[in-house]
Every structure is written in C-alpha cells, then in structure tokens.
Ligand binder design. Structure first.
Ligand code: SF4
Ligand code: SF4
Length: 355
C-alpha cells in the first residue's frame, strides 16, 4: 500500500510517501504564491527517485494552510489532527505538543493514539512565528538557519517589551544601533517568544511527555528557552517540520484500511492579548452538529466543519479567530441583547466563552 501526506504551510510545503508502513521519501520546499502549483511541485519532488508516479499512490491526504487547494488529494484533515498523529507515530508517550508554524502557534493535548483531546491556537499576530523569526533574521543580517545557535552563545539576553511583530522589529533595530550584540538580541527574543508559548501550553495543562513540531523546533536556541520554561525536555523527531505531512499520510493509510480517523475532542479558538483571554471552546464530544449556534449567532461567528468521513462539528470561522473580542461581546453581554444566542440554543452544552 502506498499513501502520501502533503502539508501546504504558509511558508514551507512538505510531503511524505509511506510504502507498506515505512517512510519511503520526503521533501520540504518553499510555498509559492499558487498553492495548486506548489502542491504538484512538492509531490513531484517527493516522488523523484522512487520510481513511482502520482498514479501509483493509493490515497493522498492534504493538510496545512493550503490543504483545500491540492487537486490530487482525496481528502483534507486539519493540521492540528495531523501534527498530533505525526508526533504520535514517533513518540506514542507524548501527551503535550507545541506546534510552531510559519504564521501561528498551537498547543495540543493528545491521547495514546494521537487523538487530539484539547487544543488552543494563538494566531492573532505574527509575533513568535516562523515569519516573525525570518523578519528578525533579515533585520540582524543573520541567516535564518543560524539564529538558534547564535542565540545559544549569549550570556545576557536583552529583555523585550513585546513580541508584536512590528514593535519587536523596531526594538531590535534600536538595540542594534546601540551596539548590543546580535546574540543577546536573539536570546531576548527567544525568551519573549518562549514565555508566550508557555502561556499557551498552560491553557491545555502541560503533561509529560512533551514534544515540539514545526520548523521552529529546528531552532536550538528557541528549544532551549522553551525547555527551561516548561521544565520538560521535549522529544524531538528526526525532522519536526515533517510531522504534519506524516500525520496526513497516516490518515490516508487509515482510509485505505477502512479505519475511522481520530478527531479532536475539545477545540479552543481565539487568543490572549494585553486585555485578557478571548477563547471560545467547542466540546466536540458533546456537539452533535445541529447547527443551531450557526443560525442564532448575530455575529456569524460559527460554521459547521467536517472532513467528509465524520459528522460535522461547530467551529469558529477562520475570519473571526483573530478578532473574536471585536465581533463577539462575550456570552454575558450578548445574552442581554440576544435572548437566543449560541449558549441558549445549544442543547448539548458544547460551547463556552472565556470572557
Ligand atoms: S448548537 Fe451546540 S450541538 Fe449544535 S452545532 Fe452548535 S455547538 Fe454543536
Ligand atoms: S455570545 Fe453571542 S455573539 Fe458571541 S458567539 Fe455566542 S451568539 Fe455569537
């Protein structure tokens, strides 16, 4: 059986081919402006040298930011489920995962089969993401691949007041002009980012074993800072950037074997900022996909999502996640003006607000 997983991320595209349960080939490349072209180029590169063509692949699952734009994928699965599954393939003992991607950061709790039991995503701003580190590397004129090791040489991390992408860039430039060493600036930024990651992880309750996935897991300076904050040494797979694509390929294998996929049981959508925590939690175990919250919400916050092989569940729309507190006043305030709201119509008690 030959299956493939492809992960079209915002910065990098990754694919893997699994043949008879073993990893046959992998590829990591840049995501171009057109996801469809990127998906074909990524898959071509992955199959090169294997003697296989796309027609030989029994089933392909796509994940990541551009997962709906992979024409040859039979199905798409969220990157959260795929990262959880991919990490579980390497380390079944892992219960907490930090996924640091190109443009967002997620804390994920998993069970012994790699099923997501809880997750929280912070994608309000680019601070602390791969894109942010690229920008800082550019400002400091240091190769992206070298920033982790350079930060490790620091003996005096410079404190950063913010990791807002815009302000941190200005702060980094100001420190550079004052003659502060690049290694100390980088160590300070890693410190600030790791604090933010730690706060995210605390929302899902950190439990051993712990792992980090995504491209930033290759940054040794960042991993060292996160290890210090969390107090657990992360288990790192051979290439943490491939975890999502491997998970997608494992879902593809499940489909070929006729097995039902693992689903998320609890999802938290939103962010924390200086004014508070703004998360809407959907208990997927309780949600029956009735859609009443979608109809009742005056702010059109919800949609129903499903991956074709499972029943639909309520989710907060992508377009609302970065501005939740602006579109939704919170349950208490909303119920003063709208007697029929997401909580009152949900007979399953599947929704909660953190503000
Ligand atoms: S109203 Fe409740 S049960 Fe129905 S889709 Fe929304 S969250 Fe799920
Ligand atoms: S509290 Fe009101 S505005 Fe907020 S999600 Fe629920 S129904 Fe929509």
């Amino acid at each position: 059986m030959i299956v493939a997983g492809i992960d079209i991320g915002s910065r990098a595209s990754k694919a893997v081919v699994i043949k008879d349960g073993a990893l046959l080939s992998t590829h990591i490349g840049d995501t171009g402006p057109e996801s469809v072209k990127t998906s074909f180029a990524t898959m071509d590169a992955t199959l090169r040298g294997t003697g296989l063509t796309l027609k030989d692949v029994d089933y392909t699952v796509a994940t990541g930011y551009g997962r709906v734009l992979v024409p040859f994928a039979r199905e798409n699965v969220s990157e959260i489920s795929c990262h959880a599954r991919g990490i579980n393939w390497y380390f079944p003992s892992v219960r907490t995962i930090l996924d640091m991607g190109g443009q967002d950061c997620k804390a994920i709790k998993v069970d012994d089969r790699g099923r997501v039991t809880n997750f929280v995503m912070n994608d309000k701003c680019a601070g602390g993401t791969g894109r942010f580190l690229e920008m800082i590397a550019e400002v400091l004129n240091v190769p992206l691949t070298g920033i982790g090791d350079l930060a490790l040489q620091s003996n005096g991390a410079i404190p950063f007041n913010t990791i807002c992408a815009v302000f941190a860039k200005s702060e980094a430039i100001a420190y550079l002009r004052k003659g502060v060493a690049k290694k100390d600036i980088l160590a300070g930024l890693n410190d600030a980012i790791s604090t933010r990651c730690f706060n995210l992880l605390k929302r899902v309750k950190i439990e051993a074993d712990f792992s980090i996935s995504g491209g930033i897991a290759k940054n040794r300076g960042m991993v060292a800072k996160i290890t210090g904050k969390v107090g657990l040494k992360p288990l790192l797979c051979e290439d943490p950037q491939l975890a999502g694509a491997i998970g997608a390929a494992l879902f593809a294998r499940d489909r070929c074997l006729g097995e039902k996929s693992s689903e998320m049981s609890r999802a938290q959508y939103g962010y924390s900022d200086g004014t508070g925590d703004y998360f809407i939690t959907v208990d997927n175990g309780a949600c029956d996909g009735c859609g009443k919250c979608v109809i009742s919400c005056p702010a059109h916050v919800f949609e129903l999502v499903g991956n074709g092989s499972s029943e639909s569940k309520a989710a907060v729309k992508d377009s609302c996640r970065k501005k939740l507190a602006l579109v939704c006043p919170g349950f208490t305030s909303c119920s003063h003006s709208h007697a029929s709201n997401c909580h009152s119509v949900c007979g399953k008690g599947a929704l909660s607000h953190s503000w």
